[in-house]
Design a binder for this molecule. Structure first.
Ligand code: HXC
Length: 299
C-alpha cells in the first residue's frame, strides 16, 4: 500500500533501530528509509542483519548494520557510537528489540522472567541512555537549527488488562510504558526530545504472532476469537512510527499509540444485536412500572 506521507518527510534524519533486522522493526526501517532517513539497524544475528541491509540498500536507502545485544552495555554503547561515526548524527532511536515465549507463570523460571525484562525493559533504557548525548537539542552532531530527537519504544497491550501465559512480557512492557512517560517528561522538558511508544496488535507475519498464536492452536474451535479480531500489517505500525517520528506528530509526547484495530477493548458479543434492541425496551418499560422505593433486586 502506498504511504500517505510525503516521500521526504524524514529527509536528512538518521534512525537507529534495535531489532531492526526483521519483522516489525525491519518494516519501520524500510519505511523510514523510503521517506528519506538513513538507517542503522542493530540485532544479534549477523546473517539477518546482512540480508536486511542489502535489501535496504537495493531500495536506494543508506543503511548499515551493527551486531549487538541490547542486554550488553558495551554493545549498546558501541552501536550508538558506530552509528554516529558512520552518519555523523543521530535523530531517531527505535527500541524494537524484544524477547518472548508462551509460558505459564508457574513454569517460568525467575531467570526466564529476568531475561525478558533485560531485553525489553533494561535494554530499552540502556539504549535511550547511550543515545541521549546525540539525540538532545544541541547534542553532538546537531545543528543549532535542529530540534531535539525522537525516541519510539515498541510496546504491547498485554498489560492493560491481564494476559494468559505472558506475565514476563506484560511486566516488561508495563515498565517500557513507564520509561516512555518518564523520559518524555524529563527529556522533553530538558532536551526537547519527544518520547513515544507504539503498542501493536497482532500483526500478520510478525514474530509475536508466530510465537504467541502458533498454527498449532485452533482459536476458532476454542471460541477464543474476539469480534473485532483482524490481523494488522507491519505497514500499519510503520505508518504510525512515521507519524510519531516526523513533524506530523510534533505535539505528541509521552503517549503510547495503540495500533490494534481496537482489539484490546473487545469482548465476545454475548447477545445478538437485534435481541439487545428488544430486550432493552422491555427492561426499560418494566423499570418504569416499579413502585418507588422497591429495591431493584425484586425485579
Ligand atoms: C519457558 C523459557 C522458554 C520457554 C526460554 N526460557 N524459552 N522458559 N518457556 N519457551 C527460559 C530459559 O529456560 C532460561 O531460563 C531463560 O528463559 C533464558 O533462556 P535462553 O534460551 O538462555 O535465552 P536467550 O538465548 O537469550 O533467548 C532469549 C529468549 C528468546 C527471549 C528466550 O526467545 C529470544 O531470543 N527471542 C528473541 C526474538 C523474539 O522472541 N522476539 C519476540 C518478539 S515478539 P533458565 O532458568 O532455564 O536459565 C514480541 C511481542 C510482544 O515481543 C507482545 C505481543 C502481543
Amino acid at each position: 500500500m502506498d504511504s500517505p506521507f510525503k516521500a521526504d518527510i524524514l529527509k536528512g534524519k538518521v534512525a537507529l533501530l534495535t531489532g531492526g533486522g526483521s519483522g516489525i522493526g525491519f518494516e519501520i526501517a524500510k519505511q523510514f528509509g523510503n521517506h528519506g532517513a538513513s538507517i542503522a539497524i542493530m540485532g544479534r544475528r549477523q546473517q539477518v542483519l546482512d540480508s536486511a541491509v542489502s535489501v535496504l540498500q537495493s531500495l536506494g536507502i543508506q543503511a548499515v548494520g551493527f551486531v549487538g545485544d541490547v542486554r550488553k552495555m558495551d554493545d549498546a554503547n558501541r552501536t550508538v557510537e558506530s552509528t554516529f561515526q558512520h552518519f555523523g548524527r543521530l535523530d531517531i532511536l527505535v527500541n524494537g528489540a524484544a524477547g518472548n515465549f508462551l509460558v505459564s507463570s508457574e513454569d517460568l523460571s525467575p531467570n526466564g522472567f529476568k531475561t525478558v525484562m533485560d531485553i525489553d525493559t533494561v535494554g530499552t533504557f540502556t539504549m535511550c541512555h547511550e543515545a541521549l548525548k546525540y539525540l538532545k537539542k544541541d547534542g553532538l552532531g546537531k545543528k543549532s537549527s535542529d530540534g531535539g530527537g525522537i525516541i519510539l519504544n515498541i510496546s504491547a497491550t498485554l498489560h492493560y488488562t491481564a494476559s494468559w501465559y505472558q506475565i514476563h512480557v506484560s511486566a516488561a512492557k508495563a515498565a517500557v510504558d513507564a520509561i516512555t512517560r518518564n523520559l518524555s517528561l524529563e527529556w522533553g522538558t530538558d532536551y526537547d526530545i519527544r518520547v513515544n511508544g507504539i503498542a501493536p496488535g497482532p500483526i500478520a507475519d510478525a514474530t509475536g504472532v508466530s510465537k504467541l498464536a502458533p498454527d498449532e492452536i485452533d482459536f476458532q474451535a476454542r471460541d477464543l476469537v474476539m469480534p473485532l479480531f483482524k490481523f494488522g500489517e507491519k505497514w500499519d505500525i510503520a505508518m504510525a512510527a512515521i507519524y510519531l517520528a516526523s513533524d506530523a506528530g510534533k505535539y505528541v509526547n509521552g503517549t503510547t499509540l495503540v495500533v490494534d484495530g481496537g482489539i484490546w477493548l473487545s469482548r465476545p458479543r454475548y447477545l445478538p444485536k437485534d435481541a439487545v434492541k428488544q430486550l432493552s425496551r422491555v427492561v426499560e418499560k418494566r423499570s418504569r412500572e416499579v413502585p418507588t422505593g422497591l429495591p431493584t433486586s425484586k425485579l
